[in-house]
Ligand binder design. Structure first.
Ligand SMILES: CC(C)(COP(=O)(O)OP(=O)(O)OC[C@H]1O[C@@H](n2cnc3c(N)ncnc32)[C@H](O)[C@@H]1OP(=O)(O)O)[C@@H](O)C(=O)NCCC(=O)NCCS
Length: 192
């Protein structure tokens, strides 16, 4: 089954869907949003991922080209978002969230979303993509301890989960603490 899904999997930018999509840009975005809802209403998420995507999409940190979905047939089965992230005087990327529907996991879809995102990010000229994630997963896709590039998390985190991928491969040190936009945090956690 693994290869069947691999064949039909297509990646496209949300809001700039392929041929069969409705005619206007607004329709396409609405369609993508409905599909997000189905994806993030899935029980496996932490309940805030759909809201997180919505908040980030409406923020100045959103980069339309770096919101990607994985589609098999008409069904959206995975999504990844990279948004702008301040680090000192520089703008880097934050990878979050990434999700693949449970029935479609372990077929390389998460990996393809990450790699495709990196390709586009590289073309757009971004230097680093930063993630807070599984230390046993992200290193497969080039993520290493963010401290290697002088990138620091703004809060305490378990060892190994704050990682960065050197997109341009030049290892230039940034030496700064990253600033996650307020949109990353639900309003009730900001207000206590
Ligand atoms: C994490 C996730 C996106 C991976 O998607 P995927 O399409 O299954 O990933 P891939 O097929 O590219 O890679 C699968 C491999 O990753 C491994 N993997 C998945 N989750 C992992 C985890 N939490 N820690 C370590 N490895 C993990 C699998 O064991 C598998 O390994 P194998 O190739 O040796 O069998 C998916 O499991 C998911 O949506 N999980 C729920 C949401 C989530 O946790 N998002 C990430 C937040 S940091």
């Amino acid at each position: 089954m693994k290869t069947v899904y691999a064949f039909v999997l297509t990646l496209f930018m949300t809001g700039i869907a392929q041929a069969q999509a409705p005619a206007t840009a607004t329709d396409r975005i609405r369609l993508a949003d409905q599909k997000y809802e189905a994806l993030f209403a899935a029980e496996h998420t932490d309940g805030d991922e759909y809201n997180l995507v919505g908040r980030l999409r409406q923020s100045r940190f959103f980069i339309p080209e770096l919101s990607l979905v994985a589609q098999t047939g008409d069904k959206i089965v995975g999504h990844i978002l990279f948004t702008k992230l301040k680090a000192g005087q520089t703008t880097q990327l934050a990878l979050a969230p990434l999700a693949v529907l449970p029935d479609y996991q372990r077929q390389g879809i998460g990996g393809r979303l990450i790699n495709e995102g990196h390709k586009i990010a590289r073309r757009l000229g971004y230097a680093y993509s930063v993630v807070i994630g599984y230390p046993a997963y992200y290193p497969r896709f080039g993520y290493v301890d963010a401290a290697k590039f002088g990138l620091r998390a703004p809060f305490e985190l378990p060892k190994g989960v704050f990682m960065a991928c050197d997109l341009q491969g030049n290892g230039l040190p940034v030496n700064a603490e990253v600033e996650y936009p307020a949109e990353f945090f639900p309003a009730d956690t900001i207000n206590g």
